[in-house]
Design a protein around this ligand. Structure first.
Ligand SMILES: [Zn+2]
Length: 178
């Protein structure tokens, strides 16, 4: 297979290949040679304080970016131990558990909110989407004059898995060129 004429196709493909790369692990390796953060995290007898900060890092495997947010612990979890907090945040992996700070991460197989993504809707339409919810894509625009059949099998495959671009203009330039 020869390289695409357009550099963007190469970029989109490279982004797709990042799927399998656990980008987050690198940034969370701060605890040196510890046997594994999850083992350390459970801290015997530690309970979350009322003013405990929860630091959540979402790693987006399609683009390799991550987003971190810091929130105060929900009040119903004040005084909770590791097991109770982990049960509440069941889709997250707790990396650090201290009374005043809990760190957790999660890997999400999507592009982060900084991108526009061309893909195919359930109805088979070509749509422009973006990660509006962190863990879910929203449709921003439907290209009613285009259909999946306009594209080569290779392009269809990329569209089905989602093609990431920096901007809507970039995405539309790609559409016009294909
Ligand atoms: Zn990103």
């Amino acid at each position: 297979m020869e390289n695409g004429r357009s550099g963007r196709r190469g970029i989109a493909l490279a982004a797709a290949l990042l799927l399998a790369v656990p980008a987050l692990r690198e940034t969370n390796a701060g605890s040196g040679n510890a046997p594994g953060p999850a083992l350390d995290a459970a801290g015997d007898g530690v309970r979350a304080s009322e003013s405990c900060q929860v630091i959540q890092t979402m790693g987006f495997s399609r683009c390799g970016h991550s987003v971190t947010r810091r929130v105060r612990i929900p009040q119903e979890l004040a005084g909770a131990d590791f097991r109770e907090v982990q049960a509440h945040y069941s889709v997250w992996r707790i990396e650090k558990f201290a009374a005043d700070q809990i760190e957790m991460d999660r890997e999400i197989p999507l592009f982060c909110p900084a991108h526009r993504v061309l893909s195919v809707s359930e109805a088979g339409e070509i749509v422009l989407t973006w990660n509006a919810y962190g863990d879910g894509m929203a449709v921003e625009k439907t290209y009613e004059d285009r259909s999946v059949g306009d594209f080569t099998p290779e392009e269809q495959e990329k569209l089905l898995s989602g093609m990431g671009f920096d901007t809507r203009e970039d995405a539309e330039a790609w559409l016009q060129a294909h």
